[in-house]
Design a protein around this ligand. Structure first.
Ligand SMILES: [Zn+2]
Length: 339
């Protein structure tokens, strides 16, 4: 009997130690410790033993049972630890792999030039104001002294949603909106997108940018206009720039002028950027027409001011020497990456 127990112990320990998974362990537990297990059978048979052998064999059997139980527990823990390690190994990140490159974004050249222009005017005390892209005919035309028979009001020149409502064809409506709400002094710039039914070519696009400026106060003179705009031109195109003002016409200013600067590429000698003239027109400006002031309820006898409008797309084309406006809107990274 003792020998049977010793053998049972040896075999079971061997088998348990070599078990490779939970299934095998469970089978071994049943084989030795189950209700009909080998060791259980031995313990059940104790009663048939001679009286003097009973305690010895009984004690030995209990020791063997304890050893097997302990070993099974130990083996379960080992297997669980192994399972966890394998899981961690599978989930771990290979830090030796090269990472994916994240290209930082860039500022679009139009946005960049807008930021530069805004900085100049904000430095001169102007506030930046924005308005809606979808505008009423009243704000887009009437309030700006553009009469009903003016060609820019025709269906084929603007994008209409329905009669009376259109995509703004310039940023000037925002001037009126501000003047209606605010009393002078007013000192604002209005950057934004505008829309016209232009055929797209190297210098035209159906969507483009404008930046308007408006200054209304008492006793504003044309000299103030020239001072502000010359400072702007020098900050963007170089501090040695000279300017000239050429008489022009705009419905909402009187007198009106085009401002030209001496060519920054050839310093006025003549080149292909200035079309050999030595001068480049950069913006339109003028003293605000008294009719516009009256329309918003300002007394033109007390208040006057100047307004100007420029094309950030054109300023960017000049400054960065780009000869085709379409490049700005093609989304070609080879172009955009240069800025
Ligand atoms: Zn030139």
């Amino acid at each position: 009997m003792k020998e049977t127990l010793e053998k049972l112990k040896e075999t079971s320990i061997d088998l348990i130690k070599n078990a490779v998974n939970f299934d095998e362990l469970e089978k071994l537990r049943v084989r030795y410790l189950g209700k009909k297990g080998e060791l259980t059978t031995v313990l059940k048979g104790l009663g048939k033993l001679p009286k003097e052998e009973k305690p010895i064999i009984g004690k030995l059997a209990n020791i063997v049972k304890l050893e097997i139980t302990d070993l099974l527990d130990e083996k379960i823990q080992t297997l669980e630890k192994k399972k966890l390690e394998e899981k961690i190994m599978k989930e771990s990140i290979d830090i030796t792999l090269p990472g994916r490159r994240l290209d930082p974004g860039r500022i679009h050249p139009i946005t960049k030039i807008l930021m530069e222009i805004k900085e100049v005017f904000v430095g001169l005390g102007f506030a930046v104001v924005e308005g809606p892209d979808v505008e009423t005919e009243y704000y887009n035309f009437e309030a700006l002294n553009i009469p009903v028979d003016h060609p820019s009001r025709e269906m084929w020149d603007s994008f209409y949603f329905k009669p009376g409502l259109l995509l703004r064809s310039h940023t000037s409506p925002v001037q009126v909106r501000v003047m209606e709400k605010q009393k002078p002094p007013i000192k604002i710039i209005v950057p934004g997108k505008c829309y016209r039914r232009d055929s797209v070519d190297a210098t035209h696009h159906w969507m483009f940018h404008q930046l308007e400026g408006l200054l209304i106060d008492e006793r504003v003179t044309f000299a103030d206009l020239k001072g502000v705009l010359l400072e702007f031109a020098r900050r963007i195109f170089g501090k040695e720039r000279r300017a000239k003002f050429i008489p022009s016409y705009f419905p909402f200013t009187e007198p009106s002028a085009e401002m030209a600067i001496d060519c920054f590429a050839c310093n006025g000698k003549g080149c292909n950027i200035c079309k050999q003239s030595g001068w480049i027109e950069i913006l339109g400006a003028g003293m605000v027409n008294p009719k516009v002031l009256k329309a918003v309820g300002y007394d033109p006898e007390i208040y006057n001011g100047f307004a100007f409008g420029l094309g950030p797309d054109r300023i960017a084309m000049l400054k960065y020497r780009i000869n085709d406006i379409r490049l700005f809107y093609d989304n070609d990274l080879r172009f955009l990456e240069q800025f």
